[in-house]
Every structure is written in structure tokens, then in C-alpha cells.
Design a protein. Structure first.
Ligand SMILES: Cc1cc2nc3c(=O)[nH]c(=O)nc-3n(C[C@H](O)[C@H](O)[C@H](O)COP(=O)(O)OP(=O)(O)OC[C@H]3O[C@@H](n4cnc5c(N)ncnc54)[C@H](O)[C@@H]3O)c2cc1C
Length: 304
């Protein structure tokens, strides 16, 4: 059993106890985490994560928290938020280095200012570099690691570089469970500023059409099965207009949930219903993209 004093010895960053997670989530829902930390910088982050691993304390990394749902009773472990302290972006020629907590929007703005193209398909997407790489996100046929030269990670307590594979989307999931993303180096294409801005605008318009704007909502609830679209399967199953308490399926993008004074349990139940209805109608058990923590049955997404 560790104590607050033990944790304070290993971090110079923020430590809060019993912190409500609704404050940090894109859908503004979530019970408390026993420990909530914001490491000061990358070094601090690595020591905190290593300490929790070594001492068997359950912990979850979060950055933008669009795919993490914590129950009303809370998560008996630590939530480590790297967005404030581990989010620097720098560049050298056409290589941009982004720390895991950097927001995708900030990264794209930075690339525009450097005249570098490649990241525009992710315009308008809530989330951070680390979360997107851990979940192997894609948008408009682009994969987040398409332009990644390598990813700096922590694996079994060791900091190492993992080179990007050249394989298909599926084989690009080169991280293994519990890997921690620290930084990604993207090799991008020099391009005229106006062209990048036009391309960014095009993707932003596309994205805003398929996601609720100005309404608190989750990221994708289910991962696309090979050769299928989770969204299409959900739509075909007729759950499009479904609600449970304050949680409802987003009309135009039924793989997202919106929250309107929803409790974590409302969200969790609706997620289970969606899963079970698709299973019944299509015989397919969808893999969860969302990570549900502290519920009677934990639904663990595929990321760390
Ligand atoms: C309305 C909306 C629409 C979206 N549409 C799209 C879309 O069309 N295409 C798309 O690609 N994405 C989309 N997203 C984003 C996507 O669903 C994920 O939410 C996002 O990529 C996850 O990033 P995050 O920073 O929010 O991660 P979090 O929700 O904080 O974390 C997600 C998972 O990643 C893990 N994780 C976080 N950081 C790290 C790290 N540094 N190392 C290892 N593991 C880590 C967490 O433990 C967790 O398991 C959308 C999001 C929203 C809110």
C-alpha cells in the first residue's frame, strides 16, 4: 500500500486526491480517481509511471480524456494527465517532434506555421498525439503514424525508440499493451502555406459535419472491425436514436455518445446496450475503443 507522502516524493508535479474526472473529460462525465497527477515534465512522468508499475498501483494515462469513462464510485487507482506538462512541440527542417500530451490541433497549427504538410487529416479531432498513437487513430484514410519516423516509448520501464513499420493500418499497431508513448517524430512534406491551410480547412469541414460541435461528446465507442465500419453496424442495428438517462447516441455519428446531464452509469449502460444489439443483429462482438473504469465489469479498450 502506498501513501500520498510516498507519491509526493517521486513527483514535482500536481497531485490531487479523490479528483472528479468529469472536469477533464470531453463529455464532462466521470467519477473520482483516488489519485490524479499532472507530471511536471517527461522525466517526472517516466518516474511516476515506473513507480506505479513497480508498486502494482493501477494507473491510466490520459491526455484529452475523450475515450475514458470513470464510474460514479470512482477508479481505485491513479489517473496521470500528461497534457499540461508533456506537450512541447519543436522542429528541425521537415521533422516535427511532438510530446505525447500535445493536442492534435496544436500540432497542426504548428505544422502550418512551419510550412509542413501531412497532419491536416486530423484537423478538428479532439485528442492528443499520445492518445491518438496509442489508439492508432485514423481519419479520412490517413493513419496518425503515416508520417511518424519513430515513436519514443516506455516499455517495461525502459525508454526506447520504436521505428514505424511500413505495413498496412493493421500492422502499424506496433505498440504493445502497456507501452507508454512519450514523443513522436513526424517527417513531413514542405508545402506552400496556402495549400496547407486549404487542406486543413477541407478536413475541418468534413470532420465538423460528422461530429457534434459544441456538445459534450465522447470519442469513438467501438473500434472498426476489419473491413467493416462500427458506425455502419450500429446504424444498421437501429440504435441511432437510442438514449439511456442523459446519455444518447449521436444522430449523425452513431459511434459517439453525447451527454446531457448523464451519469457515468447512463453512459456505461448505453454502451453495453449498443454492443449487445450489434451482437444480436450482426453476430459481431465489437471491440471497445472507450475505456470504462470502476464499473462492475470493466470494459478495457485496446490502448495502454
Ligand atoms: C467528438 C469526437 C470525434 C472524434 N472523431 C475522430 C475521428 O474521426 N478520427 C479519429 O482518429 N479520432 C477521432 N476522435 C478522437 C479519438 O476518438 C480519441 O478520442 C483520441 O484519439 C484519443 O485521444 P485522447 O488524447 O483523448 O486520449 P484519452 O482519451 O486521454 O486516452 C485514450 C486511451 O489512450 C491511452 N493513452 C493516452 N495517452 C497515452 C500515452 N501517452 N501513452 C499510451 N497510452 C496513452 C489512455 O490510457 C486510454 O486508454 C474523436 C474524438 C471526439 C471527442
Amino acid at each position: 500500500m502506498i501513501s500520498t507522502a510516498d507519491i509526493q516524493k517521486i513527483t514535482r508535479g500536481v497531485l490531487r486526491l479523490n479528483e472528479p474526472m468529469e472536469r477533464y473529460s470531453t463529455f464532462m462525465v466521470g467519477g473520482p480517481a483516488d489519485y490524479y497527477l499532472e507530471p511536471l515534465n517527461q522525466e517526472d512522468f517516466v518516474s511516476v509511471a515506473t513507480y506505479f508499475s513497480d508498486n502494482g498501483v493501477p494507473f491510466v494515462l490520459c491526455s484529452n480524456k475523450s475515450n475514458i469513462l470513470v464510474s460514479e464510485e470512482g477508479f481505485r487507482g491513479a489517473v496521470i494527465n500528461i497534457e499540461p506538462g508533456v506537450s512541447a512541440i519543436s522542429s528541425s527542417q521537415n521533422v516535427v517532434s511532438a510530446q505525447a500530451g500535445a493536442k492534435l490541433g496544436k500540432l497542426i497549427d504548428y505544422c502550418v506555421s512551419c510550412g509542413l504538410s501531412g497532419m491536416e487529416p486530423f484537423a478538428g479531432i479532439a485528442g492528443t498525439v499520445g492518445g491518438a498513437v496509442a489508439m492508432n487513430r485514423r481519419s479520412s484514410n490517413a493513419c496518425i503514424t503515416d508520417h511518424a519516423e519513430h515513436v519514443e516509448i516506455v516499455r517495461s520501464g525502459q525508454v526506447m525508440l520504436v521505428a514505424n513499420g511500413n505495413g498496412s493500418y493493421e500492422t502499424k499497431r506496433f505498440l504493445v499493451e502497456r507501452d507508454i508513448v512519450l514523443r513522436v517524430k513526424f517527417k513531413l512534406i514542405s508545402s506552400a502555406n496556402n495549400d496547407i491551410l486549404t487542406s486543413r480547412r477541407k478536413f475541418l469541414i468534413q470532420q465538423n459535419k460528422k461530429q457534434p460541435v459544441n456538445i459534450p461528446s465522447t470519442g469513438s465507442i467501438f473500434r472498426d472491425p476489419p473491413q467493416e465500419s462500427a458506425e455502419a453496424l450500429i446504424r444498421d442495428s437501429g440504435v441511432k436514436k437510442w438514449t439511456h438517462g442523459g446519455a444518447s447516441v449521436v444522430d449523425d455519428h452513431p459511434n459517439l455518445l453525447r451527454a446531457d446531464n448523464a451519469s457515468p452509469e447512463d453512459m456505461f449502460r448505453l454502451i453495453r446496450i449498443m454492443h449487445d444489439v450489434v451482437l444480436e443483429k450482426h453476430g459481431l462482438s465489437l471491440e471497445y475503443d472507450v475505456r470504462c473504469l470502476g464499473f462492475e465489469q470493466e470494459l478495457i479498450g485496446t490502448a495502454a
